[in-house]
Design a protein around this ligand. Sequence first.
Ligand code: GLU
Length: 299
Amino acid sequence: MNAPVFRFAPSPNGRLHLGHAASALLNDALARGIGGRLLLRIEDIDPVRSRPELIQGLREDLAWLGLRFAPPERRQSEHLDAYRYQVSALAERGLAYPCFCSRGAIAAVVEADAGRGAPVPRDPDGAPLYPGTCRALSESVADRRRAAGEPHTWRLDTALAASPGPHVVRTFAVAAGEGRGAVRQIGIERDEAADPARWGDPVIARRDVPTSYHLAVVMDDAVQGITHVVRGEDLRASTDLHVLLQALIGAPSPRYHHHALLRDASGEKLAKSRGSRSLADLRASGESPAGIRARLGFA
Ligand code: GLU
């Protein structure tokens, strides 16, 4: 078997908080526990929210915590051509189509279809489930609208792409080792059925960026040879789509562990937008890396 490879893949759109630290430390403990490598990937496809000082900030925070990553570091913004190429390859195969609908127009159609007062079907992120409007456009109409410069995303035709199934998420549990609390091991492995259809026809390339989170993460995990993905349970539903994309582009499927999220006193997950204190703040107020590790159970 190839040597195990883990990754920590933050998006530089805010400073890292304790939840990021816990996820990075768990990846590190598991990689060490089974003799694997840990890579860093900067998920900076968002040209507005990703800022260079935040990239530098997260590198500093992770180094301060004592985390060391095996080279090379990967930055998604340096690979936009590769994502663009994959989207056009999927379109060539008839598995992706351009979509000219705005978010507002989609919400209006979905609400009207549901009927007054009825619950609106939603994808796992809570967005109204795209009803497939532009899937019905003829190629010549779509080509003409694109040639005229009309803004558009690209969507995966999930019904076409999902056959033949079934698709499976290969998961593993995490077991605390004997002795010191810092030791973590790979626990029971289990296959779970994936349901990519719950995403409808998801966006694989945004209007302003030639990829989406889903496509970039799948391509990068393949390029970086990731064997074990350890990330928050808020991304579990995304994995159903990721295994489908892996099957489509001929990428191996890593094993997955989705860990519980750290929550604040009111039960909300930590987030910069909710004022969770950043690692930089904690450091400035005199916390030590050892203190943070101990607090998160990695002493
Ligand atoms: N960049 C994502 C985030 O910061 C994580 C993606 C992943 O681990 O697959 O939430």
